[in-house]
Every structure is written in C-alpha cells, then in structure tokens.
Design a protein around this ligand. Structure first.
Ligand code: HEM
Ligand SMILES: CC(C)=CCC/C(C)=C/CC/C(C)=C/COP(=O)(O)OP(=O)(O)O
Length: 311
C-alpha cells in the first residue's frame, strides 16, 4: 500500500486532486494487465466452455472461471511488463506504459503480478477445480518464463514456441466445465498456436524499427521481410487446414464449415497480398494484423454456433 501511496503523492506533485491522482494510478494498474488482449483471451475460454458443455454454462461457473483466468492473464502481463521495462522504454509503441513512464515502480509491478498470479491460482483451485487452476497458472508461467524471459531476446522462433502461452485459455475453459481435456480442446489450442505467428509478425513488420532499436531478434529483424512474409503464409495455411479438422471428426453444421472457409480464404488472401506488396509499403501488413484480430472471435463464434447438439 505504501508503494501506491508514494505513487499517488508523486503524481499529485501539488497539481490536481487526490481523486484524479488515484484514478490515474488505478488506470496504470489496469494497463499493466493488458486489458484488450485479456478480453480476447476470455472470449476464447468462454467459447470453449460452451462447446465443452454443449450449452451456455451457469453464470456462477462462468464468473468464477473467467475471473480466475483474467487474474492469471493480468498477472502474466504485469510480470511481462516488469521484466521488459528496459526494452519497453526504448520502443516507441510501448514507451508510454506504466513502468517506462514512471507511474508504477518496478517493485510494485512485480509484487502486483506475483500476488495476482497466486490469488487467481488459489481462487480457481478452491472454487472451480485443480486442473483449471493448474492450466491457468501454466499459461501465465509459460508467457512470463518461457516466452518473455527465455525466448523473446534470444531467438526469432520466440513467437512460434512462445505462442503456446496465449493458446492456454481454451484449455482452461474446457477443464472448468468437464474437469478434463479432449481432442477438441487441443484443436482450439492448435488454432491459436498457429494463428499467433501471422498475428504477431504482421505487426512486427510495420513496427520493425522498434525491434531493431530494442535489439530484439524478431523474425523480420533477423531474416528480413520476404522470409517473414513467406513464414506468415505457411502458418496461415496450416491454420486454415487445422480449422477444417472439425468438419471431419466433430459434428459441425454447414454454418461452421462456411464461416471457417470464409475466414481461411480471407486470411490466406491477406497473407498473399502481404507477400506481394513491396517492402516499403505496409498497407497489407496492417490489414493482416487487424484481420487477425477479427479472425479469433469469428472462428470461436463459428465453433460455438456451428457445433451440432449445441443449445
Ligand atoms: C506469444 C503470443 C503473442 C504475441 C507475441 C502477441 C503480440 C502482440 C503485440 C505486440 C500486440 C500489439 C500490442 C500493442 O499495440 O501495444 C498485440 C495486440 C493484440 N493481441 Fe496479441 N500477441 C500474442 C498472442 C495473442 C493472443 C493469444 C491473443 C488473443 C487470443 C492476442 C490478442 C491481441 C489483441 C486483442 C491485440 C490488440 C490489443 C490492442 O489494440 O491494444 N494476442 N499482440
Ligand atoms: C492461461 C493464461 C493465463 C494465459 C495468458 C498468456 C498471455 C497473457 C498471453 C498473451 C500473449 C501476448 C499478449 C504477448 C505479447 O507479446 P509481447 O510481450 O512481446 O508484447 P509487447 O511488446 O506488447 O509487450
């Protein structure tokens, strides 16, 4: 608490009211949890809950599961920002974050992340089940330790291997409803895993200067734009193929198949346009990134409404 009090007095600095300073600090802690990404992670977990139970899950189970997951994801994001505070300060896109801008201290961010991770794990174990708690903690640890601390600064394959972190939420949702995992839960994991490289590399292409400045070995920095765009197309095709698996092995309706085909063809077209555009133009890279943000909620909507026996 004293850390927060210090931050409020620092912010006050004789100007503004205590109320607005407090709101500023609270806003900074919310920003530490990367809330927009958290919303998308929650969408994937909630969709998995619906498919796993063939129905809308109870409000109580939904609130407990998604609250616990949000806590773990927020903890992971805070610990990522704590560890990456040096490079976040160097990159233009991240320089206004709470740590580089000095609104939250490194110690406070670390304690916040650890406390949130511990609380959410215990909360899920006590109110949902042990497997759900374990998977949520594993997702958080994978993001912080495997991706952020180990791979991000070492290899251009950081996103490919580290992409596993963001793919945990459907497993969390599935385990919360059934107490175990099934192949369809792992298929959802695979979909996010294969989606992550084109999602991230599209952004890395038009934010390349940032990564060069921060000396982070992202694929466009190390292997160049053309190689990255080819890899994006390869992962997009693998993603497309993985989304067609339920058409053969899981009871899905024509709605699922149609939506998956539209998404697959659309995302592949974006990847090809990206590959065709000259390196100085980033029009299609930007479209690919924003297309990736549409892909996930629409695909999860498709598997929910297109699963036979749903509702
Ligand atoms: C290791 C895997 C991933 C990496 C490295 C990654 C990286 C990034 C980066 C660098 C941004 C830009 C953030 C910004 O503008 O400050 C971003 C945005 C975003 N990502 Fe990812 N991402 C990953 C996985 C995911 C997953 C699994 C999801 C959800 C399913 C996701 C959802 C989003 C969303 C919704 C945004 C837009 C956020 C905004 O506008 O602030 N990402 N991602
Ligand atoms: C089950 C569970 C709790 C999963 C949570 C895992 C999680 C928070 C995944 C998000 C992945 C992500 C946003 C990476 C950002 O990369 P970056 O850190 O390189 O991006 P940055 O440069 O914007 O910080």
């Amino acid at each position: 608490m004293s850390v927060v009090r210090n931050e409020i007095s620092l912010l006050n600095g004789g100007n503004g009211t205590k109320g607005s300073a407090l709101a500023h600090v609270i806003g900074a802690y919310v920003a530490l949890t990367k809330p927009k990404i958290m919303v998308m992670l929650i969408v994937t977990a909630y969709s998995a809950m619906m498919v796993a139970g063939h129905h809308v899950p109870s409000i109580l189970l939904t609130v407990k599961t998604l609250l616990g997951l949000a806590g773990s994801a927020g903890a992971g994001a805070a610990l990522n920002m704590w560890y990456d505070r040096d490079i976040d300060g160097v990159m233009e896109r991240t320089s206004a974050r709470p740590l580089p801008s000095g609104v939250v201290s490194a110690r406070a961010a670390f304690l916040f992340g650890i406390a949130l991770a511990a609380l959410s794990t215990v909360f899920l174990a006590v109110t949902v089940n042990g497997l759900t708690a374990l998977l949520s903690l594993a997702g958080c640890a994978y993001y912080v330790v495997v991706y952020t601390m180990w791979l991000k600064r070492r290899t251009p394959q950081n996103i490919v291997i580290g992409g596993g972190a963001g793919a945990f939420p459907p497993l969390v949702g599935w385990a919360a409803v059934t107490g175990h995992l099934s192949w369809l839960a792992w298929l959802m994991f695979a979909v996010i895993f294969l989606w992550t490289p084109p999602h991230f590399w599209a952004l890395a292409l038009y934010k390349n200067e940032d990564y060069v400045r921060a000396n982070i070995p992202m694929l466009p920095v190390v292997k160049g734009f053309r190689h990255t765009k080819i890899q994006m197309l390869v992962y997009t095709l693998l993603l497309f193929a993985s989304t067609l698996v339920p058409c053969f092995f899981h009871g899905v309706t024509l709605v699922y198949t149609t939506l998956s085909l539209i998404l697959g063809i659309g995302f592949t077209t974006l990847a090809i346009r990206c590959l065709m555009e000259p390196d100085h133009s980033m029009v299609w890279a930007r479209r690919m990134f924003f297309g990736s943000l549409t892909y996930v909620p629409v695909w999860f909507l498709a598997i929910v409404i297109g699963s036979r026996g749903m509702f």
